[in-house]
Design a protein around this ligand. Structure first.
Ligand code: FES
Length: 105
Protein backbone atom coordinates (compact mmCIF):
# COMPACT_ATOMS: atom_id res chain seq x y z
CA UNK A 1 0.00 0.00 0.00
CA UNK A 2 1.31 3.41 -0.79
CA UNK A 3 2.56 5.96 1.68
CA UNK A 4 0.28 8.48 -0.06
CA UNK A 5 -2.75 6.93 1.62
CA UNK A 6 -1.49 8.01 5.04
CA UNK A 7 -2.66 11.40 6.28
CA UNK A 8 -0.78 13.37 8.91
CA UNK A 9 -3.14 14.12 11.79
CA UNK A 10 -0.89 15.14 14.66
CA UNK A 11 2.66 15.60 15.84
CA UNK A 12 4.50 13.46 18.33
CA UNK A 13 3.94 15.13 21.70
CA UNK A 14 0.44 16.43 20.87
CA UNK A 15 -1.24 13.60 22.78
CA UNK A 16 0.00 12.88 26.30
CA UNK A 17 0.67 9.26 27.22
CA UNK A 18 -2.55 7.53 28.30
CA UNK A 19 -4.83 9.93 26.46
CA UNK A 20 -6.64 10.24 23.17
CA UNK A 21 -7.69 12.94 20.72
CA UNK A 22 -10.02 13.04 17.74
CA UNK A 23 -9.31 14.16 14.19
CA UNK A 24 -11.46 14.44 11.10
CA UNK A 25 -9.95 12.50 8.20
CA UNK A 26 -12.05 12.59 5.06
CA UNK A 27 -15.53 11.50 6.11
CA UNK A 28 -14.38 9.78 9.28
CA UNK A 29 -13.64 10.95 12.77
CA UNK A 30 -10.58 9.11 14.01
CA UNK A 31 -9.85 8.56 17.67
CA UNK A 32 -6.08 8.50 18.11
CA UNK A 33 -4.68 7.10 21.34
CA UNK A 34 -1.21 7.22 22.87
CA UNK A 35 -0.81 4.18 25.07
CA UNK A 36 2.37 2.53 26.28
CA UNK A 37 4.44 4.68 23.94
CA UNK A 38 2.49 3.47 20.89
CA UNK A 39 -0.22 5.21 18.86
CA UNK A 40 -3.47 3.48 17.93
CA UNK A 41 -6.40 4.68 15.83
CA UNK A 42 -10.02 3.54 15.80
CA UNK A 43 -13.28 5.10 14.70
CA UNK A 44 -13.90 7.82 17.30
CA UNK A 45 -17.68 7.52 17.27
CA UNK A 46 -18.97 4.96 19.73
CA UNK A 47 -21.26 2.59 17.80
CA UNK A 48 -23.76 2.72 20.67
CA UNK A 49 -24.86 6.37 20.58
CA UNK A 50 -21.96 8.26 19.06
CA UNK A 51 -19.94 9.49 22.02
CA UNK A 52 -16.34 10.43 21.33
CA UNK A 53 -14.28 7.42 22.38
CA UNK A 54 -11.10 9.50 22.49
CA UNK A 55 -12.57 11.19 25.60
CA UNK A 56 -12.73 7.80 27.32
CA UNK A 57 -10.44 6.31 29.91
CA UNK A 58 -7.75 3.98 28.54
CA UNK A 59 -6.41 1.11 30.59
CA UNK A 60 -4.61 -2.08 29.54
CA UNK A 61 -5.20 -1.34 25.87
CA UNK A 62 -8.93 -0.85 26.31
CA UNK A 63 -10.88 2.40 26.04
CA UNK A 64 -14.11 2.79 28.00
CA UNK A 65 -16.78 4.96 26.37
CA UNK A 66 -17.39 8.04 28.54
CA UNK A 67 -21.18 7.82 28.16
CA UNK A 68 -22.31 4.29 28.98
CA UNK A 69 -19.15 2.30 29.42
CA UNK A 70 -18.89 0.17 26.29
CA UNK A 71 -15.29 -1.00 26.01
CA UNK A 72 -13.13 -1.36 22.90
CA UNK A 73 -9.65 -2.69 22.26
CA UNK A 74 -7.70 0.26 20.83
CA UNK A 75 -5.34 -2.03 18.90
CA UNK A 76 -8.02 -3.42 16.58
CA UNK A 77 -11.43 -2.02 17.59
CA UNK A 78 -12.75 -5.24 19.11
CA UNK A 79 -15.80 -4.70 21.31
CA UNK A 80 -14.88 -6.30 24.62
CA UNK A 81 -18.43 -7.47 25.38
CA UNK A 82 -18.77 -9.37 22.11
CA UNK A 83 -15.44 -10.18 20.54
CA UNK A 84 -16.99 -11.07 17.20
CA UNK A 85 -17.94 -7.42 16.70
CA UNK A 86 -15.46 -4.69 15.89
CA UNK A 87 -15.50 -1.00 15.25
CA UNK A 88 -13.11 0.25 12.57
CA UNK A 89 -9.43 0.48 13.33
CA UNK A 90 -6.82 2.21 11.22
CA UNK A 91 -3.13 1.79 10.57
CA UNK A 92 -0.86 4.34 12.22
CA UNK A 93 2.68 5.29 11.28
CA UNK A 94 5.05 7.68 12.94
CA UNK A 95 7.33 9.35 10.40
CA UNK A 96 9.78 11.76 11.95
CA UNK A 97 7.57 13.77 14.32
CA UNK A 98 4.39 13.26 12.29
CA UNK A 99 1.68 10.83 13.26
CA UNK A 100 -0.02 9.51 10.15
CA UNK A 101 -3.19 7.49 9.85
CA UNK A 102 -4.50 5.46 6.94
CA UNK A 103 -8.28 5.61 6.79
CA UNK A 104 -9.78 3.09 4.44
CA UNK A 105 -12.68 4.43 2.38
S1 FES B 1 -22.43 6.05 23.51
FE1 FES B 1 -20.76 4.77 23.98
S2 FES B 1 -21.57 3.35 25.36
FE2 FES B 1 -23.26 4.60 24.86
Amino acid sequence: MSEAEFVTVAKVGDIPEGQGASYVVGEKVVGLFHHGGVYYAINDLCPHMGASLSDGHVENGVVTCPWHGWRFQISDGTWCDNRRIKTESYEVRVVGDEIRVRVTP
